[in-house]
Structure formats: C-alpha cells, structure tokens
Design a protein around this ligand. Structure first.
Ligand code: FAD
Length: 199
C-alpha cells in the first residue's frame, strides 16, 4: 500500500491567510480536491512540508455572471457544479460538456475546476511509484536531467491531460492568480505552454 509522507496541513479561512502560509515555506503547495495532488505525493513526485487546503475558503467557490456579462468561476468550484450550472451551460457550453466528461461522478464531486486547470502533466516515465522511477533512473521532470521520451531533450514535454483545457482555451479565459500584493492575470495561452511552471 502506498502511504502519504508526513506533512503539515493548514486550512485557512481566507485567501490572504492562505497566501501568507504559502509564503512561509518554499515547498508549500495548495490542495483543492486532492484527487491529483495526494496520489502524486504518495508517488514521491511532490514533497511539500506544508500543504495548504483551500476547502474552507468560501470566497473561492461559486459561479457568477459579472455586470460586464463575463462568466466568473471560482477555482474551488467542484467539477460537478460547473457541469450542472445553467450559467456555464449558457455562456460556455463546451466547458460544461468537457467538465461533465471528466472521470466519474465521485471524482467530479471531489475535484475542482482550479485543480483541473492546474493539473500536473502525465507521462509513463513520470506518473509512477518511486520504486518504478528509481529502477528506471528517474527522469527530467523529477530528480535527474535525462528525458526518456525525447532523446537529449532539455525540456519536459509531458502531456496535459486536463479535459477542461481545450474548452477553457476556446473561450479565451483569463486566469486570475491571487498574490499577497495584487492579483495577477495570466493569458490562457501561457498556461499550457511547454513545461509551464508558475511559482
Ligand atoms: C481516477 C482518476 C481519474 C481521473 N480522470 C480524469 C479525467 O477523465 N479527466 C481529467 O481532466 N482529469 C482526470 N483526473 C485528474 C484530476 O484529479 C481531476 O481532473 C481534478 O479536476 C483535479 O482537481 P482537484 O481539485 O482534485 O486538484 P488537486 O489534486 O487538489 O490539485 C491538483 C494540482 O493543482 C494545484 N491547485 C489546485 N487548486 C489550485 C488553485 N486554486 N490555485 C493554484 N493551484 C491549485 C495543486 O497544488 C496540485 O498541484 C482523474 C484523476 C483520478 C484520480
């Protein structure tokens, strides 16, 4: 049985408190529904000392149409709510359809749209147990500099597997990242670029 490593869990009630916690520890990571992060931690792909859960931050949840007529979706909105939303079905039907096809009902209740957008990449050399990766000499994305897929490759070219990605790109969405000083907007085309890393 794969076990989670030890880590400290914090459950702040506000975005500001979450950002302050994240600033405390370089290895800190956020967890939303945990359907991707926790298996990855069990595989030793991520080793955060501090995990900051966003579950108790109500402000990050919900769907609304702004006075400007734009659809605004909080990152902690469960996939099931996005798929069932009349606003999403009306303003971004492709997104509603894409989200409704993610995994099965249980995962759509637990998994969030933010987690889907920020989902880690997939590769048969990377998404494996530590035992398996160690036996193969690890890979470029974690622990060594060798890519087993692109010989001599210097950048990780693993696949994005988030089903919402094409739909989110097609509606030219803007991602808003909260920061301690001021929020930062990221054009959607920068999110799924090669080996995209955002700190
Ligand atoms: C059995 C199974 C089947 C799956 N099938 C599919 C599928 O068919 N299609 C598909 O698209 N995906 C699939 N997934 C992948 C994925 O788990 C889900 O798509 C889900 O949306 C992830 O959301 P989460 O809230 O659980 O993310 P988490 O696991 O909590 O987080 C995922 C990543 O995003 C980061 N993150 C989360 N929220 C934020 C935020 N607000 N701001 C910044 N970073 C954040 C986390 O730090 C982590 O790195 C599957 C997963 C499993 C286990």
């Amino acid at each position: 049985m794969l076990r989670l490593p030890k880590f400290r869990l914090e459950e702040p009630l506000s975005t500001y408190a979450a950002l302050a916690l994240l600033a405390e520890n370089e290895s800190a990571m956020v967890v939303a529904g945990g359907t991707d992060l926790l298996p990855n931690m069990k595989h030793g792909l991520f080793e955060p000392e501090l995990v900051v859960s966003l579950q108790r931050i109500e402000a990050l949840r919900g769907i609304e149409v702004t006075p400007e007529g734009e659809l605004s979706i909080g990152p902690m909105t469960p996939l099931a709510d996005v798929a069932a939303s009349a606003e999403v079905q009306q303003h971004a039907p492709a997104l509603a359809q894409a989200v409704s096809l993610v995994a099965g009902p249980q995962l759509r209740i637990q998994g969030t749209l933010g987690g889907n957008v920020m989902l880690d990449t997939r590769c048969q050399w990377y998404n494996q147990t530590h035992f398996w990766r160690q036996a193969l000499g690890y890979c470029l994305k974690k622990d060594v500099t060798v890519c087993h897929v692109v010989v001599g490759g210097q950048e990780c070219e693993t696949a994005a597997s988030n089903d919402c990605a094409p739909a989110v790109m097609s509606v030219v969405a803007r991602l808003v990242f909260e920061r301690l000083n001021a929020p930062e907007e990221v054009p959607i085309e920068e999110r799924w670029a090669s080996d995209w890393i955002w700190n």
